[in-house]
Design a protein around this ligand. Structure first.
Ligand code: FES
Length: 152
């Protein structure tokens, strides 16, 4: 995917404004590993217009924010505004739990096995793609999880 181009992106409409929030992956809870029981979507910050979402101050922190409102995604034409910023993995307390849970799971180089977020089109660095959902790092050569200490 290229910055500046228009893509059809799943988006959730603001309940009262004509603002659409780009999201990635399905609505889910993270109750089994992370004890977060609120249904939510993750923003797709590549398409997130920060002028329309003043409560989200900068892209890296937006990665940790989720959309907890109701709504069914519809495809909207949206401009890709940026690549996904590097997930702040050092601050993500849940990652060691997820890394243990997914240590033996194989990545198909397209979809994150955790919540099904499509990450095959995310930027890679040293054959590592970082899922914008919760920050798991997948090696596209081996299909295995790459722990944080191996890539930072
Ligand atoms: S969806 Fe959770 S790490 Fe990918």
């Amino acid at each position: 995917m290229q910055v500046g181009r228009i893509y059809q992106v799943p988006a959730i409409k603001h309940p009262s404004l004509e603002v659409y929030y780009p999201i990635c992956g399905p609505r889910h809870t993270d109750s089994e590993f992370l004890f977060f029981n609120v249904p939510h979507y993750h923003y797709d910050v590549r398409f997130l217009d920060l002028n329309l979402t003043p409560d989200i101050l900068d892209p890296p922190s937006a990665l940790t924010l989720v959309h907890t409102g109701e709504g069914v995604p519809t495809l909207r034409p949206m401009k890709m505004l940026r690549e996904t910023p590097v997930f702040p993995v050092e601050e993500a307390y849940w990652l060691s739990t997820l890394e243990s849970a997914y240590a033996e799971v194989k990545f198909d180089c397209r979809t994150c096995p955790h919540r099904g977020i499509i990450i095959g089109d995310q930027p890679q660095h040293n054959n590592i793609v970082v899922c914008p959902g919760h920050g798991l790092r997948w090696n596209t050569l081996t299909g295995k999880l790459s722990a944080r200490k191996q890539t930072t």
